[in-house]
Design a protein around this ligand. Sequence first.
Ligand code: G3I
Length: 352
Amino acid sequence: MRRTRLGLVGALAAVLVAAGLAAGPAAQAHERQPTLAGLAERHGRYFGSATDNPELTDSAYTKILGSEFDMITPGNGMKWYATEPEQGVFDWTAGDQIVDLARRHHQRVRAHTLVWHSQLPDWLTGKEWTAAELRAVLKKHITTEVRHYRGKVYSWDVVNEAFNEDGSYRETIWYKTLGPGYIADALRWAHKADPHARLYLNDYNIEAVGPKSDAYHRLAADLKARGVPLDGIGLQTHLALQYGYPATLEDNLRRFSRLGLDTALTEVDVRMQLPVTDAKLAEQAAWYRDLTTACLAVHRCVGVTIWDYTDKYSWIPDFFPGEGAALPWDERLDPKPAYSALLDALRQRAVT
Ligand code: G3I
């Protein structure tokens, strides 16, 4: 009788533990205060935020950055203008500061970005280069930067924003001087410099199926067929309420999975025309929920990163006058409805 009762107690305890109801203090605290990262981890995903060096002196800000997320992207600190301000002179100060901060908080780093047409130093843009010269400049930059961060970052956005809206190649300094082969070259050089980093192509307005995402699908299929080291496609996901939700996001993620590629939502924000209203915040929350659910539904969608987490440090008001309020935390660092919506989306049962 006694043995039976003990057996029942043991069985009940096992059930409670399995249900997360009788776990230790740490797990209970975790249950009471779930984080985006903690919930995402249950799905085998990460939940990240971009950050930037100037705001790292804001301790209320870094507290949330360090506790709520498990993946960090430097918003500017690893870009060319910051890392090679003079030809052949490398400066890792800004990027290292963010890598060190992430390490202290046991966070991984999505490194961003090696090849882009924007935020290039003057020495690079202010001169006519021959193809051979520019190729050497690009190879040296990629090799040096990727080697510096070897073993310290999870992934690289190797090429950023290579296509126009109609799916034609963007006429950047790289494309115009080197032709489309610069993309495969960049991936190969990056892979050689850090064979373990996951290598991405990254762009905006490729969340829905359409000419621009079709161009990435074609390019990715071609690169894979040729054995070029490409691991994933980053969908920046800078959305705006006035342009509508990209309803084909999940289908789009799936077709990249079928090519054997990871996908990630890499720079999410959902801006709105100001002033903020409760209705707009509710719609924004639904979009954050839906895009997270779409990622969770697709096995190879590895995680979501928001482009900083608070309206206090968002890039939107500077670039789109009259728009803003794009992130899940407001300017006072208080969570908005979008934050609860993210928690709700991540509380869904794992489906992969
Ligand atoms: O460094 C100067 C500083 O010396 C000066 O005092 C200050 C005055 O405005 O400007 C500083 O440069 C700013 C830079 O960010 C660093 O803070 C630039 O003006 C500003 O234009 C630049 O904006 C960045 C933007 O990329 C440039 O296109 C944003 O912070 C950054 O969040 C944004 O990130 C991009 C991704 O890399 C790619 N996808 C789109 C995304 C949003 O534009």
